[in-house]
Ligand binder design. Sequence first.
Ligand SMILES: [Zn+2]
Length: 457
Amino acid sequence: MASVYGNKPETKLYETSKTRRNEVVNHVLLGTRLDVLDETSKAYRVDSRGLGRSGWVKKSDVRNTPVLKMFFVDVGQGDGAIIESPEGIILLDGGPTSKYYHFLLHRYKRILQEEGKVNIKAIIMSHPDWDHFNGLTPVLNDKRFHIGNIYHNGIIRYDKRPPGRNSEIGTVEERVINGKTKKILTETFSTLDDAQALINEGFLMTTFSGFWEAAITAKSEGRLNGAKCITVHDKMLPGYTDTDNTELKIDVLGPITVGGPTDDLEYLGFPDAEDIAKENPSLSESHTINGHSLILKFRYGKHSMLLGGDLNIPSELNLLEYYGDENPFRVDVAKSCHHGSSDYLVDYLKQVKPQVNVVSSGDNKSYDHPMSDAVGASCRHTRGSHPLFFSTEIARAVSGRTVHYGLINLRSNGKVLAMAQMKEQHNRKDVWDSYTVPWRGKFNHEIREYRKNKEHD
Ligand SMILES: [Zn+2]
C-alpha cells in the first residue's frame, strides 16, 4: 500500500473525492502519514491511521516523502523528546519512569507488528539526571530496539562520594585560570568500556549503573554500536554533519570543556546561582551536571530548534562568555531549560529569542516547574506579537480519574513550520489544536477585514 504525507499545516480530509469546502471531515497535521486506498485524478482516498476520521485528500495537499517531526512527550517531571526525520529516529532524553518507553511502544506499534523491530539512529542523554535518562533504560532492555549510538556528556553519577574522590561526581581539582581559582571536574568517561570499568568499581548511582548495564547488554546482543561523549569540539552530531547526506543537521553548541579538542575531557565546576559573585564559591554538583548538558541545535530547511537540557545561570554566563559576539543560539523553537526553573539568565533568553517555547515538566515534585517568572520571561523574549508557549502539563487532560498525557507536536517540511497539541476534548472530526509559525493570531484575518470595512464606512 502506498503512503503519502500531509503537506499543509492543517491537511484537510473530505467526505467525497469532490473535496468541497463544506465536506471537511477531519484535518491532519503536516507530515501525517496517510495510507492510500483509492484515487481519482485529483484526490486520494486515505486511511488516517486512527487519528480521527478517514476520507479524501487533495493530491495537491500531500507529498510523497516524510517531514521532520519532533514530539515532546509528557513524561511528568523530566524531559523526553523524539525526533523523526527522513533519516530515522533519535531519542533525546527519556525520563524518569517507563511512561516514555510506553509511548514509544504505542507510537511504533505498527512498525513492531510489521517488522518486529524498531531502528533508532541515536539515543542522546543530555546529562545524567534520572529525570532525563531513566525512561531510556527499558528501551535499551527491549530486544526489539536496535540502536546506533548513545551520545552523552561524559559526567559520572556516583551514589555518594566514592573512595579516593572529593565530590559525588568524581575528582575535582582546584586550578588557577586567568588569576582566578577554579574548580575543575577531571574525572569523566566516554565509551562502553569506560562504563564497564565504572560499573566494576561498584560505586555508581543505581539508576545510572542500570542504564549503562542495559547499554552493555544491548551491545553484546548486537543491538547497539557504542557510546561516545560529545562536546562543543565535535561541532556536529556524528551522522548529522554538513558532510552527511541528511536533511536534518545537528550542531553541538555545548557542553564547553576546559581545554581544546585534543585535551583531556575536563569541565568547569559550577557553583549554585546564589554563589556566582563569591570569590571562590564551593562546587555545586547539580549545577555542574546540569550546566554541562548537551546543547543541540537542529536545522531542517529554513527552520531551527534548540534543546539544551537543564542549563542554569552559571552555565549560561559561561556560554555567553565562550561565544562572545557570536550568537549561535537564535532559533525558531526552543525547549525551555530545566523544565522552566527560575535559574535562567535573561541575556541568554534574549540570544535564543525563539518564536515558540516548549516546557516539559510535571506536577508531583517540590520544584513547582514551570515557575511563573520563567514562563513570563521566556514569553517576553520571544519573536512576534503572538508568541506560542507550549507545556506538557498544559497539554495534559484530566477528566475524573482518567489522565491523558500531554504531547507537543512540531512539524516542518523545511518551508512550513507547525506546532500542535491534541485538543483536551476531541472528536473524530476535530483532533488537533494547531498553529502555523510564525503565528499571526487566530483572528488576524477577521481583524483585517474589520479594519478594511471601517475604511469604507
Ligand atoms: Zn531535569
